[in-house]
Design a binder for this molecule. Structure first.
Ligand SMILES: [Zn+2]
Length: 506
């Protein structure tokens, strides 16, 4: 028996030693390749902002490249912690984040809301006596929506990095933001900066279901732990088109969801002897009319500014309509063209009505006495469900059909102001970060936790700081959700610089 000189392994012959040497070399080669790959990927992340044609920036807390690489590892670990809601199980995430904060010398606090569900809060103090009206809250949710594993090309909870993306449920919504907030928060601590206001990090529970552990419950139980005058939350976006940041949208308002039950009644009976008062037929006719309803256009101050800003960068045809959106002669036509061009623009201009649930019947040969539908209405801030439902009743015009507004309506919150120091800081720093790209206020059609905050007098703004193409944006809540790592690094830099600019005394 020989001991192979090259590999140290035992072998019976020089040939065996040679084979073993080859295997050993192959193994060494694979290991080298792995490190080379890892270095390359890190280099890609570090260089990505420059590659995107965006100038590299320095913040008062320094260059963020190393921080972004560290934060990427935190994000991978958080994606691996399955916080699908229900049940949420956010406590596991909260514990992981608490470990990171503790290592930095920050003492976080768990806010228990339900079994297995804890939010996490941490604070950097500016002075011995807190002034909540000045404080900045960095808020993001830890829970995620469920997955259909069979439709994913990778394990949604594997933390898989492929082709410059981190794949995984929650990589965008909202764990990416959660980690960008955490990185910005830790950068302040490491920078040993002088703060002019308290900065509060809050990782929340139950955003996706808005149930037993939602922000509403957290506010009711623990408001004094994170009361703030200003907040940055999800809800905005950095729109990447052809590899370049086209514009940044900062969410300052959101539409209000209201559910309406549509109930048709008629006599039940045998389907072999049908009559004209079949509840299913009445409901179907009513839903058809409701689905075709188009509410009048109502431009809010935020939407007006959004279209004004977007007109400058959209192509000529679209830009032309945006510029005359309120012109007495061509306004109506322009509104129609824009509504047809983009369903989101349509949603921003008017109250919308979408039938979402139909329920009727138990047997093929039984005419049911009742048929029901649910219609989801999204109101512009300031509009009321009574007015819209009144219009729908007139349209349906059927005594066999009633419409009932459900009590689970969303919150009608005031807009966040566009002249606060936080908003102007976000605009200034975002424009610097993305080479002068326009930064526009935005009203989201979807609801976020910011409505809760605005109702507590918080000037809350939505920003998802990662430059992302529409193709990736579409995957939020969908299959193969993935975050571009170059965009992630850029988002960490942006968040860090906004938070520092707003909170650090120079
Ligand atoms: Zn979210």
């Amino acid at each position: 028996m020989l001991v192979c000189f090259f590999t140290g392994s035992k072998t019976d012959s020089p040939w065996g030693c040679f084979l073993s040497w080859k295997r050993g070399c192959a193994a060494v080669f694979v290991v080298m390749l792995f490190f080379a790959e890892a270095r390359l990927l890190r280099a890609q992340v570090a260089q990505a902002p420059a590659a995107m044609g965006i100038p590299q920036s320095e913040s008062v807390v320094g260059n963020t490249n190393a921080l972004a690489r560290e934060a990427q590892d935190w994000l991978v670990e958080l994606v691996k912690i399955n916080t699908t809601n229900p049940p949420g199980n956010e406590q596991a995430s909260a514990k992981y984040i608490a470990g990171i904060l503790t290592k930095e010398g920050i003492t976080p606090e768990f806010l228990d809301v339900a079994p297995g569900r804890s939010a996490l809060v941490a604070r950097l103090r500016s002075s011995a006596v807190a002034d909540p009206s000045k404080a900045l809250l960095l808020v993001a949710h830890m829970d995620v929506v469920g997955v259909d594993k069979s439709k994913w090309t990778v394990d949604p909870f594997g933390g898989v990095i492929k082709d410059g993306y981190l794949y995984g449920r929650g990589s965008i919504d909202d764990k990416g933001m959660l980690v960008a907030n955490l990185a910005a928060f830790i950068a302040l601590k490491r920078g040993n900066v002088h703060l002019n206001r308290d900065v509060i990090f809050l990782a929340t529970t139950d955003e996706e279901q808005f149930g037993e552990a939602s922000l509403k419950i957290l506010i009711a139980k623990y408001w004094d732990k994170f009361a703030a005058g200003f907040a940055i939350n999800e809800g905005g976006k950095v729109v990447l088109k052809n590899g370049k940041v086209q514009y940044v949208a900062i969410q300052a308002a959101e539409k209000v969801p209201v559910d309406v039950s549509v109930i048709a009644k008629g006599p039940s009976g045998h389907s072999s002897v049908p009559t004209r008062d079949n509840a299913v037929v009445h409901l179907a006719a009513a839903v058809g009319k409701i689905g075709a309803y188009t509410a009048p256009v109502h431009l809010t101050s935020i939407t007006r500014r959004y279209f004004e800003g977007l007109a400058a960068i959209e192509d000529d045809e679209i830009g032309k309509w945006m510029r005359v959106i309120e012109a007495p002669d061509r306004g109506e036509h322009a509104q129609r063209m824009l509504s047809d061009a983009n369903p989101m623009w349509n949603s921003m201009m008017r109250d919308t009505v979408a039938p979402t649930i139909l329920q009727a019947g138990v047997r093929a040969n039984v005419i049911p006495s009742e048929a029901r539908a649910v219609v989801n209405i999204r109101l512009l801030p300031g509009d009321t469900a009574d007015v819209v439902v009144g219009e729908l009743r007139k349209l349906v015009n059927d005594p066999a059909v009633t419409l009932e507004i459900q009590p689970d309506a969303g919150l009608a919150a005031p807009n966040s102001a566009l002249d606060t120091q936080l908003y102007t800081t976000m605009v200034k720093v975002s424009a610097q970060e993305f080479g002068g790209a326009p930064v526009l206020p935005f009203m989201s059609a979807g609801a976020t936790d910011s409505a809760q905050l605005r109702l507590h007098s918080v000037q809350a703004y939505g920003l998802r700081p990662f430059p992302m193409a529409a193709e990736d944006d579409r995957r939020v809540h969908g299959d193969d959700e993935r975050l571009p790592l170059a965009g992630f690094a850029k988002g960490v830099d942006l968040m860090t610089r906004i938070v520092a600019e707003f909170s650090v005394t120079k």
